[in-house]
Design a binder for this molecule. Structure first.
Ligand SMILES: Nc1ncnc2c1ncn2[C@@H]1O[C@H](COP(=O)(O)OP(=O)(O)OP(=O)(O)O)[C@@H](O)[C@H]1O
Length: 606
């Protein structure tokens, strides 16, 4: 990642239109493809011209000789062959440009996403990122490899045919322009308001897909409350609204667009030219022999117009994809320090820390907090009080809006990312497992770890027995061969953190989804992980953190109180109220039946 340019954004000048920006670096190759395509399209018209000349000579009254015709036949064949070869070469060069563009865009997107704040990446979700890297880049394929070349043909071949016809006789030449002019007029009427309608079309499609996702995600919950039938109400409303909008749009454009296609259809153009041409010949304005080129070449002038609508649609789709890609490439990245410093120890300190997601409302305000090496600090507080956000700042998922977060005396913004994650590890609720072997999943934080070290970490995390029961043990590929339960995945992520052996660990203590046995295994694994490390734990159940070295109570983004469990209980403040509200007494759980093992119970702290 560090070998890539300082920022991908710098190489995508923001003042240029998105399409120009994504085509950066392949514009010359693309220009060559377009030139080849134009030459091929022009060569493709030559056989028609040659045939009209042959017809002229055959009908000229004098007996044609082979010597006068063969050069034209040869010219027609050679031009036809050249058109094929040039068209093929244009296609190859266009696809080469497209390949290079796709590869570069995907690398740039991957590199850029790698440098974006992790918090922003989690918020975007895998769907948005996948659709930019995969779908939008693929949408540009049609544009670059096909549409631009097709448009070149649509513009060049009719132009040459028209120029030739004007050199023959301007009167019928003017006639052959008429269907094209009528087609352009009708087509522009059909396209009136297309921009606004396309925007509404995209928005309506978006509403359908979000309603569909919501429907699919929520169906289990909604059905379990016996409201299965109403679950798809929003989805149906979105599809109905879309159908209504689309029908209205089609109704308004159906007549002009059908008429546009009709007037440029080759058979219609032919009939118009023959009728008007015969009238011109009958009036003595045009020699009869001159009609041949018009009959042969006239349809070539207008027929491509029929393809314009589809090609314009592809261009719009490509432009929209380019806009989404450049918007992602413009998303701010976390700046990497120019002169990185290394943390001296496992001490964490926050001073005057405030943070805002939207730049308006602070979700953390003026936080001062110290985590002493080898101690357990629990973050507690109501939902939305800022616990996860505070932990995310230590992991540098986001940068603080004000104040500083230091690790071992160094500001996290001054520590190189790789160095920071050698010091700070995490086990979060939402465990992400890679589609690779169990062993490689555990090795993520220390790729050079031996098999024995991987197994030792797995044993300590209480997951070894489960792994050996998998079809290929540690070589089992997750996701493909087998899927782990939530509790198992969390123990595997604890094994990962144990192997990475970072002196500081951020832990989102979440065992709510686990059954009592799994929870007790997780608690044992967490206790092993906690031993000797600086631990910041987001605690949802106070019973698990009562022997933490310090409990910090967050409320509304501020530290409301902090201290040891007994001190906070004695203070009869917010913590004491939360403790009692969870059905606990001074000694521990009153009503919970889950494990009483707590995070610091087994730990021998450094
Ligand atoms: N990615 C985000 N974008 C915008 N606002 C966010 C984002 N994540 C959290 N928030 C907001 O920040 C505030 C603090 O949220 P946070 O998740 O840190 O609280 P929490 O104490 O961890 O809550 P919980 O216990 O429910 O997980 C909340 O108001 C939340 O809505």
């Amino acid at each position: 990642m560090s070998e890539r340019p300082a920022t991908a954004t710098a190489s995508y000048p923001p003042d240029r239109p998105p399409l120009r920006r994504v085509l950066r670096g392949v514009r010359r190759t693309l220009a060559v493809a377009i030139a080849l395509q134009a030459a091929g399209a022009l060569a493709g018209v030559v056989p028609f011209i040659a045939v009209t000349l042959i017809a002229e000579r055959l009908s000229g009254g004098t007996a044609p000789t082979g010597g006068r015709l063969w050069p034209l036949v040869s010219l027609a064949c050679a031009a036809g062959l050249a058109a094929l070869i040039l068209g093929f070469c244009a296609g190859v060069v266009g696809h080469l440009a497209d390949n290079r563009m796709q590869l570069r865009l995907r690398l740039d997107l991957a590199g850029h996403i790698g440098r974006m704040p992790l918090g922003r990446i989690s918020a975007a979700g895998s769907g948005e990122l996948k659709s930019a890297i995969q779908d939008d880049v693929s949408a540009l394929h049609s544009l670059v490899a096909h549409t631009l070349l097709d448009v070149t043909t649509l513009l060049t071949a009719p132009a040459l045919a028209l120029v030739y016809l004007f050199t023959v006789d301007w009167r019928p030449a003017l006639l052959s322009v008429l269907p094209l002019a009528a087609g352009v007029y009708l087509f522009s009427r059909a396209m009136a308001g297309a921009k606004a309608n396309m925007a509404e079309y995209g928005a309506a499609q978006g509403r359908i897909s979000s309603a569909a996702v919501e429907f699919a995600n929520g169906i289990a919950v909604v059905k379990s409350f016996g409201r299965g039938r109403s679950a798809h109400g929003r989805f149906l409303a979105a599809t109905d609204a879309f159908a209504e909008f689309f029908t209205g749009w089609v109704r308004a454009t159906l007549i002009p667009s059908t008429a546009a296609l009709l007037v440029v259809a080759p058979v219609v153009v032919l009939l118009v030219l023959v009728t008007a041409g015969v009238a011109l010949v009958a009036a003595g304005w045009t020699p009869a022999a001159d009609l041949v080129p018009f009959v042969l070449l006239g349809p070539l002038v207008s027929a491509p117009m029929g393809l314009v609508g589809a090609r314009m649609q592809q261009i719009r789709t490509g432009q929209a994809a380019a806009a989404r890609i450049t918007a992602l490439l413009d998303a701010p990245v976390l700046p990497e320090p120019a002169d990185p410093v290394a943390p001296a120890d496992a001490r964490v300190s926050m001073r005057g820390v405030s943070f805002s997601y939207d730049g308006r409302t602070d979700v953390l305000k003026d936080i001062d907090l110290d985590l002493e090496p080898g101690t357990v600090t629990a973050l507690v507080g109501p939902s939305g009080s800022g616990k996860s956000t505070l932990a995310a700042l230590l992991l540098r998922f986001h940068d603080v809006t004000a104040g500083t977060v230091t690790v071992g005396g160094a500001d996290v913004r001054e520590i190189a990312a790789a160095e920071l994650y050698r010091h700070v590890g995490f086990v979060l609720q939402d465990v992400r497992l890679l589609r690779t072997t169990v062993a490689d999943n555990i090795r993520l934080g220390r790729p050079e770890a031996t098999d024995a070290e991987v197994e030792r970490a797995a044993r300590a995390a209480q997951i070894h027995d489960r792994i050996t029961a998998l079809p290929d043990g540690y070589a089992t590929v997750l996701g493909a061969d087998v899927t782990l339960s939530g509790g198992e995945a969390q123990r595997l992520s604890i094994a990962r953190a144990l192997l990475a052996d970072t002196p500081i660990v951020v832990l989102d203590e979440a065992t709510a989804f686990a059954d009592p046995r799994s929870e007790s295994l997780i608690q044992d694994a967490l206790s092993t992980l906690a031993a000797g490390r600086t631990l910041l734990v987001i605690a949802h159940r106070l019973s698990t953190v009562r022997s933490a070295d310090r409990i910090v109570v967050l409320d509304g983004g501020r530290i409301a109180e902090q201290g040891r469990h007994e001190e906070l209980l004695a203070a009869t403040g917010r913590y004491a109220r939360m403790w009692h509200a969870q059905g606990l007494d001074a000694a521990g759980p009153l009503t919970t039946t889950t494990s009483s093992t707590d995070l610091s119970a087994k730990g021998t702290h450094r």
